[in-house]
Design a protein around this ligand. Structure first.
Ligand SMILES: Nc1nc2c(ncn2[C@@H]2O[C@H](COP(=O)(O)OP(=O)(O)OP(=O)(O)O)[C@@H](O)[C@H]2O)c(=O)[nH]1
Ligand SMILES: [Mg+2]
Length: 372
C-alpha cells in the first residue's frame, strides 16, 4: 500500500493532486481543515485542507504485463468475514460523508466519541466555518492543557460556545438614570409587541415609572396599537412626528425610570433608510438603540439588516419569534461576528409572558436545541 498526505488550498485542488500522484484507484483516508501561514514571514493565516490518501497495489491483480490494469476484477477474498466487510463499508460511508462535507473531524478529536458527535452536529447546523475552526482550536487547547479542575466533555464542548457572544441586562447597564430605549428594526419583527411586554414587565409587575413614545408615522393607525397597551397599563403615551418633537417628549418624560420609544419598521433594503435613521435618532447619546431581529429571518437578510441599521450605535440585539423556528444558527453567527450583546429573547405573542432576559446558558441552549 502506498500512503501519502497532500496539503492544498481546497479539497478540489487536493483531490486532483491525489489523482495525479496515486491514480484514480486511490482511496481518501482522511480530510482535515488546516490553517496555513500566508507567507514565509509567517504573517496572516489562510484556511486549507490536508488530505491523506492511499492506493493498494495488490488489490488490482496484474494482467500479466506487469502494469496491473485489472481494475474490474477486485473481489473480497472468500475468507473475508461478512462483519469485516460491513465494518469496511461503514468506514467507506463515513469517509464519503466527510468528503462530501469537505472537512471531517480531525484525528485527535476522533479519539473522543462524544466530542466528535458534538462536532458533527455543529458542522451540520449551519455555523460559520471560521467559528467551527476556532471551536476546534479551543477544544484542542483545553484537552492538551487541562486546567486545575478537570472538565467534563460537555463542559469542554460548550465552553467556547458560551463565551463566543455577549449578553447584557440593559436595565442594570444604566442604573440610577432615566433610560430612553428606542426599538428599531425591519418591518413586522415584533418591535411594538416587545415594547408592550417590557412596559408591562417594568411598569405593572415591577412598579417602575414607565412612559411610551410612538414615532411610527409609517403605517396607518400604528399609534393605536401602542395607545391600547398604554391605556390598559395606565402609562403616558406621546405621539411624535419628527426629531424636535421627540426631544421635547423625552424632556417631558425625564422624571420617569424608563421611556420606551417605538419606531416605524423599515425595509433594510430601503435606499433612504440610513439617512432617515440618522436624521430622526442620530447623535442622541442619551438614547439606547435596541435592534429587534426575528429569528426566522434568512441569514443573508439578517446580515444586511444589521449592516444597514448599525448606522446608529446599537446597545443590544433583541431576538424575537424564537417559537417560530428551531434553527438559531443564523442569529448565533451574527452574535459571534459583531459581539453586540443580546438583551431580550421573545418566544410568542402573549403580553407580557413571552419575553425573557437573555443569558449565556439560554442562548447556547437555543443553538443546541435541535440536537435533542
Ligand atoms: N410568534 C411570535 N409572534 C410574535 C412575536 N413577537 C411579535 N409577534 C407577532 O408579530 C406580529 C408583528 O408584531 P409587531 O409588534 O406589530 O411588529 P413591529 O415590528 O412593531 O411591526 P411594524 O411596526 O409594522 O414594523 C404580531 O402579530 C405579533 O403578535 C414572537 O416572539 N413570536
Ligand atoms: Mg410596530
Amino acid at each position: 500500500m502506498k500512503l501519502k498526505t497532500f496539503l492544498a488550498r481546497d479539497l478540489k485542488d487536493a483531490l486532483s493532486q491525489v489523482k495525479k500522484e496515486l491514480g484514480p484507484e486511490a482511496v481518501i483516508l482522511s480530510t482535515q481543515s488546516r490553517w496555513f501561514k500566508e507567507n514565509q514571514a509567517g504573517w496572516g493565516r489562510r484556511p486549507g485542507v490536508e488530505v491523506t490518501a492511499a492506493v493498494d497495489m495488490t488489490a488490482f491483480p496484474s494482467n500479466g504485463d506487469g502494469n496491473g490494469d485489472g481494475r474490474t476484477e477486485w473481489l473480497p477474498s472468500p475468507s473475508t468475514p461478512v462483519s469485516q466487510i460491513q465494518e469496511d463499508l461503514e468506514e467507506v460511508k463515513d469517509l464519503l460523508h466527510q468528503w462530501v462535507r469537505q472537512s471531517g473531524p480531525p484525528s485527535w478529536l476522533m479519539q473522543h466519541k462524544e466530542l466528535t458527535m458534538f462536532y458533527r452536529f455543529l458542522t451540520r447546523s449551519g455555523l460559520d466555518e471560521r467559528f467551527l475552526q476556532r471551536w476546534l482550536d479551543n477544544v484542542q487547547g483545553m484537552l492538551e492543557q487541562p486546567g486545575e479542575q478537570p472538565l467534563t466533555l460537555k463542559e469542554v464542548a460548550s465552553r467556547y460556545l458560551m463565551q463566543a457572544f455577549e449578553v447584557v441586562d440593559p436595565w442594570k447597564a444604566k442604573d440610577g438614570q432615566p433610560r430612553y430605549w428606542a426599538f428599531i428594526g425591519p418591518t413586522g419583527v415584533g418591535k411594538t409587541t416587545t415594547i408592550a411586554k417590557l412596559a408591562a414587565k417594568f411598569g405593572i409587575i415591577e412598579k417602575h415609572k414607565v412612559g411610551l413614545i410612538s414615532m411610527d408615522n409609517q403605517r396607518l393607525g400604528a399609534h393605536n396599537q401602542l395607545a391600547a397597551y398604554a391605556r390598559l397599563a395606565g402609562q403616558p403615551l406621546m405621539v411624535v412626528h419628527q426629531r424636535q418633537e421627540l426631544l421635547e417628549a423625552m424632556e417631558k418624560l425625564a422624571d420617569l425610570d424608563l421611556v420606551l420609544i417605538d419606531t416605524a419598521g423599515r425595509s433594510p433594503y430601503a435606499p433612504a433608510l440610513q439617512k432617515e435613521l440618522q436624521e430622526s435618532l442620530g447623535e442622541l447619546p442619551e438614547l439606547e438603540n435596541h435592534l429587534v431581529l426575528s429569528a426566522t429571518t434568512k441569514e443573508s437578510n439578517l446580515i444586511n439588516a444589521i449592516k444597514r441599521f448599525s448606522v446608529l450605535p446599537i446597545s443590544s440585539y433583541i431576538i424575537t419569534k424564537l417559537d417560530e423556528t428551531n434553527d438559531f444558527s443564523a442569529i448565533f453567527n451574527q452574535l459571534c461576528r459583531h459581539r453586540v450583546p443580546v438583551s431580550y429573547l421573545t418566544a410568542g405573542q402573549q403580553v407580557p409572558e413571552d419575553i425573557e432576559l437573555s443569558s449565556r446558558r439560554r442562548v447556547t441552549e437555543l443553538l443546541l436545541r435541535r440536537r435533542s
